[in-house]
Write a protein that binds this ligand. Structure first.
Ligand SMILES: Cc1cc2nc3c(=O)[nH]c(=O)nc-3n(C[C@H](O)[C@H](O)[C@H](O)COP(=O)(O)OP(=O)(O)OC[C@H]3O[C@@H](n4cnc5c(N)ncnc54)[C@H](O)[C@@H]3O)c2cc1C
Length: 392
C-alpha cells in the first residue's frame, strides 16, 4: 500500500506534538507525526519545564508571554489536567549585569508582563532564606512558574489525535526525500511516505536530517544534567523558580519537598554528538548541582535518586530556527531551542501552523528565526544581553 500524507511532522516532543495539534485543528488535512522512540523520549520528557517570560529580546518575551497564558489555561485550551504551577520566578544577577536587568524589566513591563527589579534588600524581604552572596540585582516575575514536560507533550498529542492527526510511534525517519520541485516524502523504517510538506522537529537530530539534503543547521548537542535534592527539614514552603545567574544554577520546586537543580550556562555540559543512549549524570556532577543549591539556600539538602540527563540542541546564537527552509519548497524547521524551548511550545505550534497554512504569521515575524541568519552573519542579538549567556 502506498503511504501518503498532507503534512508530516518528524519528532514527538513538545514542539512536534504542539505543531501537529495546531495543524490538525486548523484543518490541514492528513497530518502524520512520526516519532522513532516514544512521545517525549527526548528533552521534552526530562526538561526543567520552567515557564518564565524573562527574555532579553522583545520577540522572545512576547512569545513567552503568549505561551504562559496557554499554560495557565491549559485544560481549557488544550485539554486534560492543569499543568501549570505558579511560584514566581527570580533571575539573580551580579552587579555588572544590573543595568541590563533593569532595562529588560522595563522592556517586559512595556509588553504587559508584571516584573520588577529588586535590590538585595528587597530580595531579602521577598525570600529571606536566600544567601545574597554576589547578587547585584534580581528580576522578579510573580506570574511565572513551571509545568510538566511529559504531561504537556502527551496532552498536545491527545488533542492532535482528537482532531484527527495520525501519530505513529516507533517510526524512524531515515532520510528526507527531495526532488527538483521540493519535498517529495520521507524514507522511514516503515517504508516511504509521500508528501509535499515536512516539518522537522527532531531536536538535536534535526541537524543530521537536514545535512542529508544539503542544508547546514549549525547545532551542537550539549548534554545537561538535572539533580533532585530534598530540602532540609524546616525549610518551609517551596521557593520560587530561581535562575541563579551568579553561580550558574537553576532551582525549580518539584513534588513534595524536592527541588530540581540544573545549570544555566548553555555549554556547561558534556558534548558528544554520537551519544543517543539515556545518559546518567555522574556522581561528581550531581554533588556539584546539590552544592549549587546549598550555596544559595544555606542548610542541608540531600540528593534524591540518580538525576537525569538530556541534550540541549544549541545553535550559535542559542535561539531556534523556525519556519521554511528557503532552499527546499515544502520543508519547514522547528529546532535548535538551545535549552529553552519547552516554555515556547504553545506559541511555536501556533506560529508554525499559521506559517505553513497561510505563509505569514500574526503575533511575531518568524523571519527573525530564519535558518539563513547564520550564513548571513546575522545572529539574533539583544540590546541588553547579559555578560554570560544563560538559560533555564
Ligand atoms: C535538562 C534540560 C532542562 C531543560 N529545562 C528547560 C526549562 O526549564 N524550560 C524550557 O523552556 N526548556 C527547557 N529545556 C529545553 C526544552 O526541554 C527543549 O527545548 C524542548 O523539550 C525541545 O522539544 P523538541 O520537541 O524540540 O525536542 P525533543 O523533546 O528532543 O523531541 C524530539 C523528538 O524527535 C524524535 N526524533 C529524533 N530523530 C528522529 C527521527 N529521525 N525520526 C523520528 N523521530 C525522531 C526524538 O526521539 C524525540 O522524541 C531543557 C532541556 C533539558 C535537556
Amino acid at each position: 500500500m502506498k503511504h501518503t500524507a498532507d503534512i508530516i511532522i518528524i519528532g514527538g516532543g513538545c514542539i512536534g506534538t504542539s505543531i501537529a495539534w495546531q495543524l490538525a485543528r486548523q484543518g490541514a488535512g492528513r497530518v502524520v507525526l512520526l516519532e522513532k522512540r516514544m512521545l517525549a523520549a527526548g528533552a521534552s520528557g526530562r526538561t526543567g519545564a520552567i515557564v518564565r517570560t524573562h527574555y532579553t529580546h522583545p520577540v522572545l518575551a512576547t512569545m513567552a508571554l503568549h505561551s504562559r497564558r496557554v499554560f495557565e489555561n491549559f485544560s481549557d485550551v488544550v485539554g486534560g489536567a492543569p499543568v501549570f504551577t505558579r511560584t514566581g520566578f527570580l533571575a539573580l544577577v551580579s552587579e555588572p549585569d544590573a543595568a541590563a536587568v533593569r532595562a529588560n524589566v522595563a522592556l517586559h513591563r512595556d509588553l504587559g508582563i508584571r516584573a520588577e527589579a529588586l535590590s538585595p534588600d528587597d530580595l531579602a524581604h521577598l525570600e529571606p532564606r536566600l544567601s545574597l552572596d554576589g547578587i547585584g540585582v534580581a528580576a522578579w516575575e510573580p506570574d511565572s512558574g513551571y509545568a510538566d514536560g511529559l504531561r504537556v507533550t502527551l496532552a498536545y498529542a491527545d488533542a492532535a489525535r482528537r482532531e484527527g492527526a495520525d501519530l505513529r510511534i516507533g517510526v524512524d525517519v531515515e532520510t528526507l526525500v527531495v526532488g527538483d520541485d521540493g519535498v517529495e516524502g520521507v524514507q522511514t523504517s516503515d517504508g516511504l511516505i509521500e508528501t509535499a510538506c515536512v516539518v522537522v522537529a527532531a531536536g538535536y537530530r534535526t541537524h543530521d536530517l537536514l545535512r542529508g539534503v544539503g542544508l547546514d543547521l549549525p547545532m551542537t548537542p550539549v548534554w545537561h544534567d538535572l539533580a533532585f535534592v530534598r530540602r532540609s527539614e524546616g525549610f518551609g514552603a517551596a521557593h520560587p523558580v530561581i535562575s541563579d545567574r551568579v553561580n550558574g544554577f537553576f532551582f525549580r520546586p518539584d513534588a513534595g519537598d524536592v527541588t530540581r537543580v540544573g545549570t544555566t550556562a548553555p555549554y556547561d555540559g558534556w558534548v558528544d554528538p554520537n551519544v543517543e543512549a539515556d545518559a546518567t549524570p555522574s556522581r561528581h556532577e550531581l554533588d556539584r548541582l546539590a552544592d549549587g543549591f546549598i550555596r544559595r539556600f544555606p542548610g542541608a539538602a540531600t540528593l534524591v535518586g540518580h538525576g537525569i540527563a538530556c541534550a540541549y540542541d544549541c545553535t550559535p546564537d542559542l535561539q531556534p530556527v523556525l519556519g521554511p527552509a528557503t532552499d527546499i519548497d515544502g520543508l519547514f524547521i522547528a529546532a535548535g531551542f538551545s535549552g529553552h524551548g519547552f516554555k515556547l511550545s504553545p506559541v511555536v505550534g501556533e506560529l508554525m501552523a499559521e506559517k505553513i497554512l497561510t505563509g505569514r504569521t500574526t503575533l511575531v515575524d518568524l523571519d527573525l528565526f530564519r535558518l539563513s541568519r547564520f550564513a548571513e552573519g546575522q545572529p539574533i542579538a539583544s540590546d541588553h544581553a547579559y555578560t554570560v549567556a544563560t538559560l533555564g
